[in-house]
Design a protein around this ligand. Structure first.
Ligand SMILES: N[C@@H](CCC(=O)N[C@@H](CS)C(=O)NCC(=O)O)C(=O)O
Length: 111
């Protein structure tokens, strides 16, 4: 099958910048839940460091924003709920594998 940019097998981590009362964030969180993805969520209203990181990294304070770190060290800040949801759908299997890996790593560290 032809490989697309959505099938890179290159994701290292993902984190969703959001806040509770934002309707676009709620829509995005619902999509993560529906897909069974327990993505790390960073609330920019509860944690000023998260807000600062979003501003510094993504260039604007708009949420939702998905921070995607690749194994090659690249960081992408993906804005717009529609784009984020599309990205999650296209990469659901790879993200699940990444999240499972992270969970296993944490288990090992805790043991
Ligand atoms: N079209 C965007 C709208 C996102 C949006 O308007 N987010 C608001 C919060 S509900 C926001 O972050 N506003 C502050 C800003 O844009 O800096 C999407 O679908 O994600």
């Amino acid at each position: 099958m032809k490989s697309t940019s959505f099938e890179t097998n290159n994701i290292k981590s993902v984190a969703l910048y959001h806040f509770a009362a934002c309707p676009y964030c709620a829509r995005t969180r619902k999509a993560t839940n529906n897909l069974g993805l327990q993505i790390e969520k960073r609330d920019i209203r509860l944690d000023s460091q998260h807000r600062q990181d979003l501003l510094n990294g993504g260039g604007k304070g708009q949420v939702p924003c998905l921070k995607i770190e690749s194994k090659s060290g690249q960081v992408e800040w993906l804005y717009e709920s529609e784009n984020i949801i599309r990205y999650l759908h296209h990469n659901v299997n790879e993200i699940k594998a990444v999240l499972t890996g992270i969970a296993n790593e944490q288990d090992h560290q805790a043991a």
